[in-house]
Design a binder for this molecule. Structure first.
Ligand SMILES: Nc1ccc(F)c(C(=O)c2c[nH]c3ncc(Cl)cc23)c1F
Ligand SMILES: [Fe+3]
Length: 292
């Protein structure tokens, strides 16, 4: 690690508590709740937990990307263009909604399906792009382990390993598991906003004397070019995701699943969706099979 290390420390921590979302689903929302409406370029981070028949039935998106990463179980998604698939434990769906998607996201197995859904804003010049999917099965996600630290590189680069995912809004998304007694130093571009979301075990983040933090916490990281994490437990693994992104620095006008830059564009999004035009044409006669 080079000499000009500037450690990022935890400047804010939020415990994400369960709340209802979709049709009978439960999410622990951290980014996107009133205390943290937007963390440029991130609009929402939900740790979701859903069992059939609950789920996220037919709904639209415009102006941003959704990144769904399965922690346990499986979710089937289908959209109004006929694109359908199932993402299972460890799989990733990176959906660029762009000018418009209408889809459903429903449990595909019995029992509880768990995962993370992150919403990443798009720059004004990309908000009306044609929709696009990047889907990776768990076996195709770059993974490397060294000195008790295992990383699955969902986006960006870590420990000399790169993800094939193209991030239109430059983003890193790393799933770390630290064995007991291990220590991580991960570079983060100093101009990016970055956070950690804790998933399993207790970890020490930022400075070695910080208090250990438990799962379901969002940790906003301050300025710097590297984050350090310690697993001081003698028996449990520590798992968390580290996410960073280049801020867009643009006005944000959001109404639910529509995210644009001006009130007029949001009104246009509503009209386009209601009249099935300008990217929502296929919504006119489409219902997901789960609702048919
Ligand atoms: N009400 C409402 C409005 C708009 C939405 F996009 C959604 C929605 O689809 C989700 C919101 N959190 C999520 N976590 C995981 C998954 Cl798989 C889906 C969602 C939703 F529920
Ligand atoms: Fe969705």
């Amino acid at each position: 690690m080079s000499e000009n290390i500037e450690r990022r420390v935890v400047v804010k921590k939020l415990l994400a508590r369960p709340q209802s979302e979709g049709a009978g689903a439960v999410v622990r929302r951290s980014i996107g709740r009133f205390e943290l409406k937007y963390f440029d370029p991130f609009l929402l981070l939900d740790e979701f937990s859903v069992s059939a028949p609950a789920g996220f039935p037919d709904h639209p998106h415009r102006g941003f990307e959704t990144v769904t990463y399965m922690l346990q179980g499986a979710v089937t998604h289908e959209d109004f263009e006929g694109h359908k698939g199932t993402i299972r434990t460890g799989d990733l769906q990176w959906m660029t909604a762009g000018r418009g998607i209408v889809h459903s996201e429903m449990p595909a197995d019995h029992g509880i399906q768990k995962g993370l859904q992150l919403w990443i804003n798009l720059s004004s010049k990309y908000k009306m792009l044609e929709p696009r999917y990047q889907e990776l099965q768990s076996k195709d996600i770059a993974e490397v382990e060294r000195n008790g630290v295992r990383v699955r590189v969902i986006a960006g680069e870590a420990m000399g390993t790169k993800s094939p995912v193209y991030t239109r809004t430059p983003t890193m998304y790393l799933d770390f598991t630290l064995k007991p007694g291990s220590h991580l130093q991960q570079p983060i571009p100093h101009t990016w906003n970055a956070f950690i979301y804790t998933i399993e075990g207790e970890g020490v983040f930022g400075t070695p004397k910080s208090s250990p933090l438990s799962p379901h916490h969002l940790l906003l990281l301050g300025q710097g070019n590297v984050v350090e994490v310690w697993n001081k437990s003698s028996k449990s693994n520590l798992r968390f995701v580290l996410v960073g992104g280049q801020p867009l620095g643009e006005p944000v006008v959001q109404y639910g699943p529509f995210v644009m830059n001006t009130d007029d564009e949001i009104n246009q999004a509503f009209d386009d969706y209601n009249y099935c035009v300008n990217g929502f044409e296929k919504a006119k006669h489409w219902k997901s099979i789960s609702l048919a």
